[in-house]
Design a protein around this ligand. Structure first.
Ligand SMILES: Cc1cc2nc3c(=O)[nH]c(=O)nc-3n(C[C@H](O)[C@H](O)[C@H](O)COP(=O)(O)O)c2cc1C
Length: 330
């Protein structure tokens, strides 16, 4: 049974990547993820604010909207911001590279065009096999139009691509007016992979404290829907590889992602809930399913239910929206 795949130019032994999370912030759990069968690791992110908060040049035009990061340091509420963090991150990469036999992808999270992007070069020097760029910007400014937002993303990617020669992926959000066009622009610019999609930190209101708060709820398998849609729509339309992310829990989720057109998946919530060994279980269920259905390889099923290969392309498009509503029974 051939489970191997190619993702952002990296040869992976199977399609399951451990996505950025606290599990990929500790050497011990990263080793456990590798032992459980993870095909690659995306390190927890290093945030723009952690890299060089003194030197970074924030574009005031874009930032006058205030607290615009969807994620910022909300993942690490108690983390002290200091340049030590960025040094530590580089050391982490060097150490891990000497002990891991699977690809290690660094994760850079930020939005401005400041000096932090130069840090991408240091990630490469430290030995990262690839770089995942997570540019998540909440456009709070009512005077800022869509084109300006898109330019912000494209400029950041362009700067990173000029800095490094390792493959770069963009962890996209699904909120662009034209996600397919953005995906194509990222790909045409040179992104080797698109992660579909990021799951920004959620916002809530604390009724006791009467204040807005940030929170992280785990995803569920049903959240995979948008990744399936956009993998199916983008399959063979962009040169970049596609990675389904958000809501990947089971071997069925992996199979659906591959069939929609993804080259790999990222798992986070499932691993936080079930532990690193969950990957072993999913891989064994995957092999059992493929044997039963007589599939010989992952490659064979890729894109088999993408937009142009499914008997029901309308399912991926708005055209079916009216029908499902008229047929809906409760
Ligand atoms: C506790 C936690 C920490 C995370 N940290 C990061 C991070 O450092 N960088 C990043 O790009 N995404 C981060 N994410 C987002 C995940 O990588 C992933 O995109 C998201 O959880 C959706 O995948 P899932 O449905 O498998 O959880 C984090 C998610 C969680 C739940």
């Amino acid at each position: 049974m051939k489970l191997d795949t190619t993702y952002m130019g990296l040869a992976l032994k199977n399609p399951i990547i451990a996505g950025a999370s606290p599990l990929t912030a500790s050497t011990d759990s990263i080793k456990r993820l590798e032992d459980a069968g993870a095909a690659a690791i995306v390190l927890h992110s290093i945030f723009e604010e952690q890299i060089n908060h003194e030197a970074h040049e924030i574009d005031h035009f874009l930032f006058k909207g205030g607290e615009s990061y969807a994620e910022a340091v909300g993942y690490f509420p108690d983390m002290e911001l200091s340049n030590l963090e960025s040094e530590h991150y580089l050391e982490e990469i060097s150490t891990l590279k000497s002990s891991l036999s699977i690809p290690l992808i660094a994760s850079l999270n930020g939005v401005s065009k400041g000096g932090w992007i130069e840090y991408a070069g240091k990630l490469q020097e430290a030995g990262a096999d690839g770089l995942e760029l997570n540019i998540t910007y909440i456009p709070t400014d009512v005077d800022l139009d869509g084109r300006s937002i898109e330019k912000l993303y494209l400029d950041a990617l362009e700067t990173v691509l000029q800095t490094v020669s390792i493959p770069v992926s963009v962890k996209m959000n699904a909120f662009f007016s034209a996600p397919a066009n953005m995906a194509k622009q990222f790909s045409d610019m040179g992104a080797k992979a698109l992660v579909l999609f990021d799951r920004p930190v959620q916002v809530d209101i604390d009724l006791e404290e009467l204040t807005a708060i940030q929170t992280i709820h785990p995803s569920i398998s049903a959240d995979l829907s948008e990744s399936l849609r956009w993998s199916a729509l983008l399959y063979k339309k962009v040169a970049a590889s596609l990675c389904a992310s958000t809501g990947v829990y089971t071997h069925e989720d992996v199979l659906k992602a591959m069939m929609s057109g993804a080259d790999a998946v990222q798992m986070v919530s499932a691993l936080l809930q079930h532990g690193e060994s969950h990957i072993t279980d999913v891989l064994s269920d995957l092999v059992a399913w493929m044997e039963e259905k007589e599939y010989l390889s992952i490659e064979q099923m890729k894109g088999s239910i993408s937009l142009h290969h499914t008997v029901n392309p309308a399912a991926y498009q708005r055209a079916n929206y009216m029908r499902i509503l008229t047929e809906y029974r409760y």
